[in-house]
Design a protein around this ligand. Sequence first.
Ligand code: SF4
Length: 366
Amino acid sequence: MRIGMPHAGNLYIPLKALFERLEVDYVIPPLSNQRTLSLGVKYSPEGLCIPFKLTLGNLIEAAELGADTLLTVGGYGICRLGYYAKTQEHILGDLGYNVKMIQLGVSEHKLFGLLGMIKRLSNNAPWSKIISAFRFGVSKLNALDRVERVVQKVRAVELVKGTANQLFAKAVSAIDRANDYDTLKRVEADYISQLDQITKDSRAQPLIVGITGEFYVVLEPFSNFDVESELGKLGVEVRRTTFISEWTKFSLFLNPLGINEKERIHQAALPYLKRDVGGDGWESVGEKVLHAQEYDGLIHLAPFTCMPEIIAQNIMPKTRENIPVLTILCDEQITKTGMLTRLEAFVDLLQRKRRAENNKRQRVTT
Ligand code: SF4
């Protein structure tokens, strides 16, 4: 059995650690790139959302490399995510790939369902081995996200732009290579310390911009032209609550115990949207309301044709908690130049707003 799976940011690194420890043959397709997108666009129904197209491209590239068992996401929610696995299976079959599709179904079956699936994929490996491999994979996931959180802060204030990104790329490789907990701990601490030592503009008071929107386009840099790095180059500190490590912690461990991290966000959205509209639409509205005091502005990433985010996009301008929101619709038609122009204009607007507020505050105190 040769397993393949679509990309979502750096998720392939913990998966690689997990499968290596279980001696499962894991085929990693190339990181999402222009060819992946072209393949996905070519073989997808036209109106489908970009996560479908890019993940289809990943699956085709994994099948080209010999993967015969493809893991893919699914869901029982009210958007088209629930149809991904079946539709992609049909398309791959029509293309002549003899592959077996396995829907992850984590939302329904939680931790035990996931561990049971890993047991089947690993040819019935002992539970002790599965749990140990799973723990190590989760530790890598947590380390990656902890380093990335520091990178988000440093990018905004580093004097030589790009330094934090270079270190992050090295940290990702080092975390990938780490073979035991001690090395992993050391690598994480070492890169966080190197990031702390980067020369920074001590007088900078960076704008704070939140990133919200649909889970996949928020987490897959190729789908959003690495918007976080671009904001960093413009001197903006990015805040994001969506991380795969957070999702794992809540979905697999805390939600089954009755702890729901989204309750606060849903409460915040309630005056404007009373129910789940599928995908992450409810959360996008809630994030705006919840963080309006804390952020200078919000970037809302939405796949083109994604109904949950279209609903959120239409509600956001009408909330009382008012901060500027820039919605970026992600699809194969978006160009980097177009996105950068909009980002620059948005940051310019936020800077003017910050200056006007500072002046107002000064006038009140004098
Ligand atoms: S939330 Fe939107 S982008 Fe994601 S699968 Fe559903 S419709 Fe597609």
